[in-house]
Design a binder for this molecule. Sequence first.
Ligand SMILES: C[S@@+](CC[C@H](N)C(=O)[O-])C[C@H]1O[C@@H](n2cnc3c(N)ncnc32)[C@H](O)[C@@H]1O
Length: 186
Amino acid sequence: VIAPARAFVALVHHPVYDRTGRIVTSAVSNLDIHDIARVSRTYGVGGYYICTPVQAQRDHVGNVVGHWESADEMATSRRVEALALIRTVGMLEDAVDDVRRACGGRPFVVATGAARRPGSLAAVEVRRRAAEAAALLVCFGTGWGLAEEVFGAADAVLDPIDAGSGYNHLPVRAAVAIVLERLLAG
Ligand SMILES: C[S@@+](CC[C@H](N)C(=O)[O-])C[C@H]1O[C@@H](n2cnc3c(N)ncnc32)[C@H](O)[C@@H]1O
């Protein structure tokens, strides 16, 4: 079992695909800032990395978080508690380095995607391997999904969520919730 505080989420905005299969940098979505922070806080994860090489986008995230931190209302305190998990970094490797510094060793890095890939691991196997590592970093895509090089650089790929309906286009926010339930709950 991996302690949730040693598990981290990364939301990657580059390199990801666009709908034509080109590698692009996607824009940070406000929904992703708030909802993934709340899901992360709910599961007790150690941090939520928003990875974008665009400084203006990182500044935007900082402004959103700062806005809520400075709101003088008890009603916003739960939101702030979740947003406090957010760290902005340029690239996924920066998130890996940050986790390594915080946890004293390289995290087990897992990529996610909707398509089935050869050699992907079941959640139970990811849990087992992560428990042997200093930490776990689970990477999610934006746009039309993580670029091939992210899968190549990861230590493992998690089996896709497949509800058997033939429709497999989850919003990333839902995918994060389901994956954290599989990897961290119980
Ligand atoms: C490609 S982005 C889609 C962004 C979209 N604009 C949205 O509404 O969120 C979705 C990400 O969620 C995760 N995801 C989606 N479906 C999944 C599945 N079936 N299994 C595992 N992860 C999935 C992956 O990380 C994927 O890169």
